[in-house]
Ligand binder design. Sequence first.
Ligand code: FDA
Length: 390
Amino acid sequence: MEWDVLIIGAGAAGLFCAGTARMQGLRVLVIDHARAPGEKIRISGGGRCNFTNLATARDRFLSENPRFCASALAGFSPLDFVALVDRAGIAWHEKTLGQLFCDGRATQITDMLVDRMAGAELWLDTTLSGLARDGAGFLAQTTRGLVRAGRVVVASGGKSIPKMGATGLAYDLARQFGLKIIETRPGLVPLTFAEQDLARTKPLAGVSVAASVTHGKTRFDDALLFTHRGLSGPAILQISSFWHPGDEIHVDLAPGLDLAAELRDRRGQGGRIAVATVLSAHLPARLAEAIAEELQLTGARLADQNNATLNRIAERVHRWRLRPVGSEGYRTAEVTLGGIDTRGLDAKTMQARGQPGLYFIGEAVDATGWLGGYNFQWAWASGHAAGLSL
Ligand code: FDA
């Protein structure tokens, strides 16, 4: 059978694009090598899918070409997606700062997307082994046989979490059709420490603290979590997308506090109290004790400390300087930075320049959102832009 559109990948972007294409009455085939559609949607947002962010704007995306995503984002807004969610009767809530989550299971979103593309064919457990031009259209070789389609949309995502079926297929296809790839790297990923740093931080695994994490001019205020291999938590995941191997990051473990002034005040009030006890008013007790120990102040009383020592304590809390050695990599990264060079794509339609009928959408493209629902909004918006122009 001949199809108007073949969509490769039944993830967020592919499913959304299929729905938009169906609304125009096109014959749509979606293929995926996974056993179920929308696997990443299922596990997203801790199982509740942070499906959009009301603050979506192009400055929430990393790309070599930062203006590229503006057009697609303007064509399909977070409120457009909320309208679909409401129409499907899916209850949701705003967590923090515009992040919208399902009240119930994330699979409600996948079900909604599958309903929306009614009439499209979905072939799961199906692998693409080749794609070639065939007259004005394309001929695809799949494990279910040959597929002829007028247009092809590549929505096979990035490299993050290979265990869930992520592959570099989109990049291979892009290269085959003459597009360039911006070097990829894991994003929104925990950072890891060298052995000598781990000796101090490993015992803190599981401790979480509200922090301010800075890399150059970029700063995120959110929770930071100590892990057995380094640091995680939303503030670290955010900064990881800006970090490169060899870079230093700075952590303020008590943002908004003037700890040096507070320590001087407390000392002026008598100061028989232990340094770690004062710190534990602002930090988790285990972290407060670890910092006191690192500064060789275990059991030390505040009254016995001079101003230089108080400043040293404050510096350690407010300006903890770190040089991670690496990240947890694609194994746990929520997204893939880099990808298909947007200069080879039309920003309004996502069609490859010089390759009529070939489109790239979603995470495969070099447009990567911050943590907080931006990446799904990009999947919907880029899928919609392509779907409308098919
Ligand atoms: P996606 O990866 O969703 O889909 C690609 C599809 O292509 C998959 O179904 C895959 O099986 C298929 N495929 C790949 N290679 C193939 C091949 N060779 N042959 C056939 N099929 C192939 N974002 C957000 O905004 N809010 C959130 O709450 C979260 N939470 C979150 C949690 C976790 C743990 C992760 C890993 C990621 C998130 N994200 C997120 C990011 C979000 O999941 C991601 O940006 C989108 O799923 C990207 O959508 P795509 O459709 O582009 O790729």
